[in-house]
Structures are given as structure tokens and as C-alpha cells.
Write a protein that binds this ligand. Structure first.
Ligand SMILES: Cc1cc2nc3c(=O)[nH]c(=O)nc-3n(C[C@H](O)[C@H](O)[C@H](O)COP(=O)(O)O)c2cc1C
Ligand SMILES: [Fe+2]
Ligand SMILES: [Fe+2]
Length: 400
């Protein structure tokens, strides 16, 4: 993409990456992405907001040159230091000899280790600090954990434009810059929600406080770091409403205590059912259901786990470990919001029984509240074993 004027004195100089299919290892990006970057020109000073991915530096430099000489840039503002926006900084700095790099205090620490250089001036932007560009002001709003500890927003009141880092972003790439030109709005909405779920979903309380900080701003345009520029004529109220809706705490009516298991010969299944009976006896109002992972959708199961109040996870020991579907489920744990969640591991085994201690170690590593040493039975559970499983379910429920 070439540069494009998007406000009176704001220019988009970012990069389109329509072919990208995986972002940050874990996110599928069916619609590619854009690395947005903006030049804001005052009568006295010029600021660049966000840099770009290291891979696309040559095109990026050409885009900047279409608007100004890089040597004219006075400030390079990084709303957070993630390499999709800071990666090209080290390559850009030699072209911008007078530029100060503007970051939050936390950002100043990360920056040293990202560029492995300290031979350039850094300015720390504290909350409510501002820069006067001459007729244009840039003011900074600290927005920690949206989505990195160093994240901040930049606000230009004269242009009524918010630069909110990755917030309101979407991995979505079209040749058009503005949201009202989006050719496939349904696909944009999928990308927008997918981006929220993956990047901002773990930080819902921070999203609510970030929204609070911008609620009185007279915003006409949001220059997010990925995807189209969001406008008042286009999707500004849509994106605000969705972020509020998705971040609102879910009303809790009933305790959710799912039991997830796999079972080759039905032994672990019997234990699951007995534990579930024990939990139901103590908590008759709770929603206690058992789920065989081989017969249920992994994404749905992960959703149930992450929104549960407590859960149980059961695996037989096969070849000295718990089985793959159980590990797949645990790889989808939202490790930020599941700390201290009560969990019970259980399963049947034949001789060495590694599944339970291995699951316990993993759950402990996730900082969950692991119940006792778990519950295990050798081969086929006897009536006594099932009574003991039920009793373990009761004790687990009483501990909640
Ligand atoms: C292919 C295979 C490998 C196994 N490997 C182990 C093992 O390494 N250690 C162990 O304690 N039990 C092992 N077992 C025994 C199972 O854990 C045992 O049969 C258990 O009762 C199966 O429970 P399930 O019916 O819930 O699948 C193995 C069983 C199978 C079929
Ligand atoms: Fe980011
Ligand atoms: Fe980003």
C-alpha cells in the first residue's frame, strides 16, 4: 500500500500483509492483516505513530517518504513495543536522526531489549502527558494490559482521532483504508471478533477501564493498529458497543462444574460419573455434566472450561502419560483468568499411573488450585473404588 491522507494532517503509511495466515503462533488469520502506521504533521513538528513489522521495512520507508523526509520526524510513538509494530524501529532510526522514541515507562524497559541499542533518545510518556506539534496536540493515556503491560493510547483532539494501539483492531486486509469501504463486512466482523477473543478476551476488566478512560473524548476516527481506520460514519459505534458487550462480566446464575475425560475402555468414564454424582449430592443446584473429549468439539469444551467455576479432568495412563485430547484441552486454558480455579484430576491406570501426577504438575504450573493428589484407580474400578470416587466428588464440592 502507498501512503494515504486520512485526516487534515494525518497520513496512513502502514503496510498491507494480505497473505499472512498465522499471527503470533496461535492466531489463524484467514483475511491477512495490516500493520498500520500514521504520520501526524503539526506546523512545528512531525510525529510517527507506530512503526511496522521488520520484514516490510523497504516498502514502509517508501510510504513514509511519500509524505515527508524521514529526517524530518521528531517523534516516533510506540503505543506498545510488540514487534509487529516495533520490529522495523532499529532499521528506521538511522533515517530519523533527530527523532525521540516516545513510549510508556514500562515500554522504555522493553525497548532496550527489543532494539538491543541505547544510542537514541527515549521520552517516557506518563499518563496525561502531551506533545505540542504546532496546531496539533498528541496526548497520552496509559492503558496497561491492553494488551501488553506497556500499552498506551495516543489522542489528537484537533483531529478528533484516537490511536488506541491494538484495541479495536482486526487482522483484516483490504486495499481500502476506511471502514465504510469494506467490501466484505461479514468477514471483517468475523476478524474483528476473533481479534478481540484472542488478544483482548483475557483482559476484560482492563478493557472496561480503558473504555472508561476514552468515554468523554469526542472521537470521530479510530486509527487502530490492524485493519481499517474506524470512522464515525462507519463502525465507530459498532466497535465500541461490541467491546462493551464482550467485556461485560457474565451474570452468574448457577455454578458450572464440568468434568472432562477420555477413556479407552470405560474405566475413567465410570470414575467421572461417580465423582459427578458426589458433586451433585453436595451442590444439587450446580450444573455438573461429564464430557467425553472424543465426542465433543474442542473449542466448545475449552469455552466451558474457561467459564467454569471449577472443573475435573480425567485421563487414563497410556504409554506413561495422560492422553493427547486432554493435553489439547489444557493447551486452551486461559492461563491469565484461571488462576486459583479449583480443579480435580482423576483417571484409571494399569501399572505406573503417570497421568494424574503429570496433569497435577501442569495444573499447578497454571497456578490452579489443585484438589488433594487427584483420584486414581488401578484398572477396572470396583464398587469400593466408585464409592471412594463419589466421596472424593463430595469433598471436592465441599471445598468450593
Ligand atoms: C496402549 C496402552 C498403553 C498403556 N500404558 C500404560 C502405562 O504406561 N502406564 C499405566 O499405568 N497404564 C497403562 N495402560 C493401562 C491403562 O491405563 C488401563 O488399562 C486403564 O484402566 C485404561 O483406562 P480407560 O478404560 O479409562 O481408558 C495402558 C493401556 C493401553 C491400552
Ligand atoms: Fe499487540
Ligand atoms: Fe499489533
Amino acid at each position: 500500500m502507498a501512503s494515504c491522507r486520512i485526516g487534515n494532517d494525518i497520513y496512513s503509511v502502514g503496510i498491507l500483509n494480505p497473505a499472512m495466515r498465522i499471527f503470533d503462533v496461535v492466531m489463524r488469520t484467514d483475511y491477512g492483516t495490516t500493520y498500520n502506521s500514521f504520520l501526524v504533521r503539526g506546523t512545528e513538528k512531525t510525529a510517527l505513530i507506530e512503526v511496522s513489522h521488520a520484514t516490510y521495512f523497504n516498502q514502509y520507508l517508501d510510504n513514509i517518504k511519500e509524505v515527508c523526509e524521514p529526517a524530518e520526524i521528531d517523534y516516533i510513538i510506540l503505543n506498545h513495543c510488540e514487534p509487529d509494530h516495533s520490529g522495523a524501529l532499529a532499521q528506521l532510526l538511522p533515517y530519523c536522526p533527530k527523532a525521540e522514541v516516545v513510549v510508556s515507562r514500562a515500554g522504555s524497559i522493553y525497548l532496550k531489549n527489543i532494539t538491543n541499542r541505547e544510542d537514541y533518545p527515549v521520552r517516557i510518556a506518563k499518563d496525561k502527558d502531551s506533545l505540542d506539534l504546532g496546531g496539533k496536540t498528541l496526548s497520552f493515556i496509559n492503558a496497561p494490559f491492553l494488551h501488553w503491560p506497556d500499552s498506551m493510547f495516543t489522542w489528537c483532539p484537533e483531529e478528533k482521532t484516537l490511536f488506541p494501539c491494538d484495541m479495536f483492531g482486526a487482522h483484516y486486509c483490504e486495499p481500502y483504508t476506511f471502514d465504510y469501504h469494506t467490501a466484505y463486512p461479514d468477514k471483517y466482523e468475523i476478524a474483528f471478533q476473533g481479534y478481540y477473543d484472542a488478544i483482548f478476551g483475557p483482559f476484560k476488566p482492563y478493557v472496561i477501564s480503558g473504555m472508561e478512560k476514552i468515554k468523554d473524548l469526542d472521537i470521530e476516527r479510530i486509527c487502530t493498529s490492524h485493519g481499517p481506520v474506524i470512522t464515525k460514519e462507519g463502525r465507530l459505534s459498532y466497535v465500541m458497543e461490541k467491546y462493551r458487550e464482550w467485556s461485560a462480566p457474565a451474570p452468574k446464575t448457577q455454578k458450572q462444574i464440568p468434568l472432562f475425560y477420555c477413556s479407552a475402555y470405560g474405566n475413567t468414564r465410570k470414575i467421572a460419573n461417580a465423582i459427578a454424582d458426589g458433586i451433585r449430592e453436595v451442590l444439587p443446584e450446580a450444573n455438573v455434566c461429564t464430557y467425553d473429549l472424543n465426542h465433543n468439539d474442542l473449542g466448545e469444551m475449552a469455552g466451558l472450561l474457561n467459564s467454569s467455576d471449577a472443573f475435573c479432568v480425567g485421563s487414563p495412563t497410556l504409554n506413561a502419560d495422560a492422553v493427547a485430547p486432554i493435553w489439547m484441552l489444557l493447551s486452551h486454558v486461559d492461563a491469565i483468568n484461571n488462576k486459583k480455579k479449583p480443579v480435580l484430576a482423576f483417571g484409571s491406570y494399569g501399572w505406573s499411573g503417570e497421568a494424574i501426577p503429570n496433569l497435577t504438575a501442569r495444573l499447578t504450573g497454571l497456578k490452579m488450585n489443585v484438589f488433594e493428589d487427584g483420584f486414581k484407580v488401578t484398572f477396572v474400578p470396583s464398587e469400593d473404588d466408585l464409592s471412594a470416587a463419589k466421596e472424593t466428588g463430595r469433598r471436592f464440592a465441599q471445598s468450593l
